[in-house]
Design a protein around this ligand. Structure first.
Ligand code: FA5
Length: 346
């Protein structure tokens, strides 16, 4: 019996040592120390021993059990430690690796242009005014001296929503609304940036939706020379001191006299090239002295007050400033185009 117990001890120890997982180790524990295990089996034969041998054999059996238990316990610790180390090794982070770059967005080139223009005019004492994009026919046309049926309405092909409402075709209705709010009193000095909509066919220089910036100054003794001086400052600040401007007679129902402003071509310096269609000049905005009818309709006394207004397309300004050849780039969200303007903000 003694030999069998020692043999079982040896067997158990070698199985414990070769166990490679906690599951395997538990199987060894159950098979050797469990109630149906070989040690219990050996002890069942104790009845056949003499009274003298029985306690000795009992003590030996307990000793063998203790040895096996201790070996199992230390192997268990060893396996648990190995599992933790393996997990730690698999989760190691190499903090010396360079981080993944975070791609930051940037302002859209149109936003930049509009903000630049706002800053420029705010610096000249203007405030920014806004109005609705779904506009009443009255403010978009009638209050601007364009009654229903006026042929000049055809100059701006419109998206009507109802008989009375349309998507505004220009930012000029904001000037009518602002003057009306002032009840014909006091000066006005505003710029109005915003989206406008026209039934124009999209091509390199036309979009059915685009941005305009309108300017309006109303006060006593406002003259054409004030308009010219303002536009000159705007052109030089926006495009550089070397640029010349010229005003050409034109027609807008809401201004009289009306002009269009050209800026000297940067590419050829005025000599004539394909960009300026050999003229040396590029048209950038419409402007004029506010028509007396427009002032009167908004409640201003046109004998006392005069004013000037101008309106420009933000895309066209951005195209000229950055040398962009197609207006559709602004609206197609091509990341290769947009990232060219992601200069870090100051
Ligand atoms: C107007 O819209 C007038 N309200 C401007 C004005 C205001 C004149 C105050 C006098 C006094 P016009 O239709 O020309 O004018 O448009 C003004 C500018 O918008 C143009 O010079 C051009 O830069 C831009 N523009 C016009 N149509 C388009 C289009 N389809 N796509 C992109 N830009 C356009």
């Amino acid at each position: 019996m003694q030999d069998r117990l020692k043999e079982l001890e040896g067997e158990a120890i070698s199985k414990v040592e070769s166990a490679s997982s906690l599951k395997e180790l538990n199987e060894v524990r159950v098979s050797f120390l469990g109630k149906k295990g070989p040690i219990t089996e050996v002890l069942k034969g104790m009845g056949k021993l003499s009274a003298e041998e029985r306690p000795k054999m009992g003590a030996l059996a307990n000793e063998v059990r203790d040895v096996i238990s201790m070996r199992i316990e230390s192997k268990q610790q060893e396996l648990e430690e190995a599992a933790v180390n393996e997990k730690l090794a698999s989760e190691t982070i190499d903090i010396t690796l360079p981080g993944r770059p975070v791609r930051t967005g940037s302002h859209h080139p149109l936003t930049k242009i509009v903000e630049e223009l706002e800053d420029l005019f705010i610096g000249m004492g203007y405030t920014v005014a806004e109005g609705p994009e779904v506009e009443k026919d009255y403010y978009n046309f009638e209050a601007l001296n364009l009654p229903k049926g006026h042929p000049a309405r055809d100059m701006q092909d419109s998206f009507y929503i109802t008989e009375e409402f349309l998507l505004r075709t220009h930012t000029s209705p904001v000037q009518a609304r602002t003057m009306e709010k002032n009840n014909g009193q006091g000066p006005v000095k505003i710029i109005c940036p915003g989206k406008v909509y026209r039934r124009d066919n999209d091509d390199a220089t036309h979009s059915h939706q685009f941005m305009q910036i309108e300017g309006l100054v109303v006060d006593e003794n406002i003259r054409m020379s004030d308009l010219k001086g303002t536009l000159e400052v705007f052109a030089k600040k926006m495009f550089g001191d070397d640029r010349e401007i010229r005003l050409r007679p034109s027609f807008f129902p809401f201004t009289e006299p009306s002009v269009e402003m050209d800026i000297s071509c940067k590419i050829c310096g005025g000599a004539g090239c394909s960009v300026c269609k050999k003229t040396g000049w590029i048209e950038i905005l419409g402007a004029g002295m506010v028509h007396p009818n427009v002032l009167e309709m908004a409640g201003y006394d046109s004998k006392k007050y005069t004013g000037f207004a101008f309106g420009m397309g933000a895309e066209r300004i951005a195209m000229l400033k950055y040398g962009i050849d197609d207006i559709r780039h602004f609206y197609t969200d091509d990341i290769r185009f947009l990232t060219q303007f992601s200069v870090p903000e100051e």
